[in-house]
Write a protein that binds this ligand. Structure first.
Ligand SMILES: C[S@@+](CC[C@H](N)C(=O)[O-])C[C@H]1O[C@@H](n2cnc3c(N)ncnc32)[C@H](O)[C@@H]1O
Length: 347
């Protein structure tokens, strides 16, 4: 786990955006969302890839500071620390995919590679991380060298809607909380299908609205919008839409489940202001208060770029939206599925 201190955070806010352009980038980002009076849903979808890229330039420093090297939630047992649960959650994917030493595996939307390094060490498979964000890839390469997995794992910068790999390249593919950024789920799953060897599997944790979500309920809609703006999303699909898109892409569904319902410790607990934990201090109410003031000071002293505080506020809102969505049971970040590309391709 990397230790990104206050100065590390200050230097990383904005990712590959010029430091003096961070405030402008936050403003541009906010304009993408209806919530701030900017564009329609169709416009947001068209700009989806660009929006997600700006979002991750802005947010990655904060994610690493508060969350570590892996940017995802996890199913968690009582007595298990957040870090332990996140690793187990990654191992679970490797086990479901039956990864074996030497296999070629693709991590779609790999962040800075926390899961990729863990899954590679756990399974001895070679993992390629696909990511559209240049800054995250540069950071991931540094961390791969530090972890000593740079000979077996690599990164490729590309859009998961147009992957630069030949057909049937990988023995397994997984995605953790990433393909929710696809403007069109079918298009993204179809690309995954194309690069996967016939007879092999794709597993993912997908962000979804559950069956409890009522699109005519104003409170539900507001929570969904908060999650979208706070997390770089143009929309959030329902579990039904996800399964339909997988089938349309040609996959056989082995099993699927919203595993949030089985988690003895709610996935959103680390973000819940009413909860305190020393082991995930940065994400608690006091931790967030501390980070907010620290960022204000760093920005005031010119150590963090202008706009840093605004990014932090955006992420606070995201956290509140996620907690609300989790408590109401209308949203899950862990709709799990294991699907297989059939041997004979009838598509
Ligand atoms: C919430 S992060 C999850 C990262 C990683 N899976 C993890 O668990 O640490 C979502 C990731 O999807 C990537 N992403 C978003 N849109 C993408 C696109 N069009 N093509 C490739 N990667 C994309 C982002 O850059 C980011 O790395």
């Amino acid at each position: 786990m990397s230790k990104a201190g206050a100065l590390g955070l200050a230097s990383r806010v904005g990712g590959s955006i010029e430091k003096n352009a961070v405030l402008y980038a936050v403003e541009e980002y906010e304009k993408y969302h209806d919530y701030y009076g900017g564009g329609e849903e169709e416009e947001r979808k068209a700009e989806c890839t660009n929006m997600a890229n700006i979002y991750y330039d802005l947010a990655t420093g904060f994610y690493e500071f508060g969350w570590g090297e892996s940017f995802h939630f996890a199913h968690r047992w009582k007595g298990e620390s957040l870090r332990e649960s996140m690793k187990r959650y990654e191992h679970f994917l490797a086990l479901q995919l039956g990864l074996k030493p030497g296999q070629k595996v693709l991590d779609v939307g790999c962040g800075i590679g926390g899961p990729l390094r863990e899954i590679s060490r756990f399974s001895s498979a070679s993992v390629t991380g696909l990511n559209n964000n240049e800054y995250q890839i540069a950071r991931g390469m540094e961390l791969n060298c530090i972890a000593g997995v740079d000979k077996t794992c690599n990164f490729v910068k590309a859009d998961f809607m147009k992957m630069p790999f030949p057909d049937n390249t990988f023995d397994a593919v997984y995605a953790i909380e990433a393909t929710c950024h696809a403007p069109d789920a079918h298009g993204c799953y179809k690309e995954i299908y194309r690069v996967l060897e016939p007879g092999q599997c794709f597993a993912a944790y997908e962000w979804c609205m559950t069956d409890v979500f009522d699109p005519n309920n104003r409170e539900h809609k507001k929570v969904k919008e908060e999650i979208q703006i706070g997390d770089g999303l143009s929309d959030i699909r329902s579990t039904g839409e996800v399964i339909e898109a997988l089938k349309q892409a040609g996959f056989e569904v082995m099993w699927e489940k919203n595993i949030a319902v089985d988690s003895p410790v709610p996935w959103y607990l680390p973000l819940d202001k009413s909860h305190f934990s020393l082991s995930s201090f940065h994400t608690t109410a006091i931790g967030r208060f501390f980070t907010g003031n620290m960022v204000k000071c760093l920005e005031f002293m010119g150590l963090a770029p202008k706009g840093s505080g605004r990014v932090q506020k955006l992420l606070e809102r995201a956290a509140d939206g996620l907690v609300e969505g989790g408590k109401k049971g209308i949203f899950t970040p862990m709709y799990f599925f294991l699907v297989r590309k059939p041997h004979s391709d009838n598509q």
